[in-house]
Write a protein that binds this ligand. Structure first.
Ligand code: FAD
Ligand code: NAD
Length: 463
């Protein structure tokens, strides 16, 4: 076997949204870049097994649920609606292939050297992929995260599954138990419930989607229950009896058992640094085994940086991307910037829940005086026309200055609606600024304007 050493300005390990975006920005700024991933298809967790396939499944399953259960109310009748699961999964795979191919084409056009294989540090400025040796003054670790496994419920890929498997189940399980009422559990739980599974979500905390305000979660829980999901909160899973098809749990002294042919474990993700040789490079971890970084995403080793899911902060693709851009700019001597206080988060169920900044409950807990404006979609013309009246917008503003501190939305396309609030917040906007901004009629975004008006008790279409 021949060995070769190549030298670059920047090596990026991991081609997820953090890594590939970092490589793209660095190449734009004139750096000679190598981008390495274990997977042949670029795009990391997000494009291959995360954000994109899950959204494709959510979209297709929404069409199925509409055709089966809701179309008739609109005067549209289908005879014998049936599910072709393999075609539905193929559609999802096609979406993934299109996007990962697009990333590869962009990398090529930007003259980035793309290498497939597991990278390992052999020194602080050197990385090996098999017998290939790469050196660079700057190395960015963007190795992402992996599903957390429960010690008493090891993944087998068929009965005990992670999201990696749950985006690809070969048949619709009759009874699916989902452990964890976070983003993955609720999104993939919704997919399989729409496709016909009897789904039970078992959450350890007293509420699902725990990062959201209590009023949002109460309404959200009721809607999901109406869609057929069983939601069991405050329940600690203790084991699975495959023979009986029962997931066992405890709520205080109460013993519980939930029907399950398949168990999706969705209890979070862990930073992924396995086999990377961090100890050889001397890179330190923090108390949660994430790569420890400073406010400029520098590790303790000069020239080694880390971004995305493998460092502290929300494990979200858009956060990883912003990390990647900022690091590329810092390496190129520019003034990178990330506002980590304004990372929107969305759960893509129907309706969606979206949030940014400070919630009302968190404001109360921290003793921040706020005014809160709420507006229900039930009073929004477009929502009524579109049969999307579930949910509401709430805007949380500083009681003294009226500056918007946060927002939460439960509603159809909440993920799209939140972005205008993020923009207003980015520019330090007040609730009045948002309320005086013209919103097209009829759109669901008028509910955002009305919620902003409601902060000063001036909503026009509600009392
Ligand atoms: P990753 O995307 O995890 O990429 C890391 C890459 O590094 C991987 O491709 C891996 O193969 C590679 N790698 C690891 N070690 C090595 C090594 N030693 N050598 C070479 N390569 C290596 N986020 C959202 O914002 N919106 C969503 O809708 C959303 N939906 C999700 C749905 C699911 C089911 C899951 C699992 C996640 C979802 N996420 C979502 C989270 C999102 O996928 C992550 O936040 C994002 O992918 C993190 O990007 P990253 O670049 O840090 O790492
Ligand atoms: P999560 O942290 O969002 O939710 C995990 C849930 O599991 C929590 O509610 C937690 O209380 C619960 N839990 C933990 N241990 C438990 C136990 N033993 N029994 C019962 N419940 C338990 O994690 P996730 O849903 O696995 O997602 C992983 C990461 O991927 C998250 O950081 C998430 O932000 C990201 N992601 C984002 C999206 C999105 O943006 N729409 C979608 C999917 C995943």
């Amino acid at each position: 076997m021949s060995s070769s050493t190549q030298s670059f300005d920047l090596i990026v390990i991991g081609a997820g949204p953090g890594g590939y975006v970092c490589a793209f920005r660095a190449a734009q700024l004139g750096l000679k870049v190598a981008l390495i991933d274990k997977r042949a298809a670029l795009g990391g967790t997000c494009l291959n097994v995360g954000c994109i396939p899950s959204k494709a499944l959510l979209h297709s399953s929404e069409h199925y649920a509409f055709a089966k259960s809701h179309a008739a109310a609109h005067g549209i009748k289908f005879d014998g609606v049936s599910l072709d699961l393999s075609a539905l999964l193929k559609k999802k795979d096609d979406v993934v292939t299109k996007l990962t191919g697009g990333v590869a084409a962009l990398a090529k056009a930007r003259k980035i050297t793309v290498l497939t294989g597991a990278a390992k540090f052999t020194a602080a400025d050197t990385v090996a992929i098999g017998d290939q040796i790469l050196t660079a003054k700057n190395i960015v670790i963007a190795t992402g995260s992996a599903p957390v496994e429960l010690p008493f419920l090891k993944f087998d890929g068929a009965t005990i599954v992670s999201s990696d498997h749950a985006i690809n189940l070969p048949t619709v399980p009759k009874r699916l138990a989902v452990i964890g009422g976070g983003a993955i559990g609720l999104e993939l739980g919704s997919v399989w419930a729409r496709l016909g599974a009897e789904v039970t979500v078992v959450e350890f905390l007293p509420k699902i989607a725990a990062a959201y305000d209590d009023d949002i979660v109460r309404a959200f829980t009721r809607i999901l229950q109406k869609q057929g999901l069983k939601i069991e909160v405050g329940a600690k899973v203790t084991g699975y009896d495959a023979h009986a098809g029962l997931l066992h749990a405890e709520r205080g002294a109460e013993k519980l058992a939930f029907p399950a042919d398949v168990v999706l474990v969705a209890v979070g993700r862990r930073p992924y640094t396995d086999g990377l040789g961090l100890e050889i490079a001397g890179v330190a971890l923090d108390e949660k085994k994430r790569i420890a970084v400073d406010a400029h995403l520098r590790t303790n080793v000069p020239g080694i940086w880390a971004i995305g899911d493998v460092v502290a902060g929300p494990m979200l693709a858009h956060k990883a991307e912003e990390d990647g851009v900022a690091v590329a700019e810092w390496i190129a001597g520019q003034h990178g910037h990330v506002n980590w206080d304004l990372v929107p988060a969305i759960v893509y169920t129907d309706p969606e829940v979206a949030s940014v900044g400070l919630g009302e409950d968190a404001a109360k807990a921290r003793g921040v005086a706020v005014n809160v404006g709420k507006f229900n979609f039930a009073a929004n013309g477009r929502a009524i026309a579109a049969d999307a009246t579930d949910g509401f917008v709430k805007i949380i503003a500083d009681a003294q200055t009226d500056k918007i501190l946060g927002a939460q939305i439960l509603g159809h396309n909440a993920g799209e609606l939140i972005s205008e609030i993020v923009t207003h917040m980015e520019y330090g906007g007040s609730a009045e600024d948002l309320a005086r901004t013209i919103h097209a009629h009829p759109t669901m975004s008028e509910a955002v304007k009305e919620a902003a008006l409601a902060v000063s008790k001036s909503a026009l279409h509600a009392i």
